[in-house]
Design a protein around this ligand. Sequence first.
Ligand SMILES: [Zn+2]
Length: 80
Amino acid sequence: MCDKCFSEQIESFRSKEDFEKFDLELTMKIANEKSIKMGKFVNTAWKDIGYQIYICKICKQQWKLSAPDTSGKGYFLQLK
Ligand SMILES: [Zn+2]
């Protein structure tokens, strides 16, 4: 990880507002700073437990994002 992507993982979003704030920050990094690109979309047979991969163009760190929904609070974690 580096300061162009994110400095820490989010094990679980605290609230919907917390996620929305994060989502906005992520969108800015993709659209404006272009420091992060979206990786391949990963989905399982169960649509609602799918997640998305994002890759930092600077440090090559891969991040796994799951948006909060009825099945959980969502997370943003580093992929090893
Ligand atoms: Zn990075």
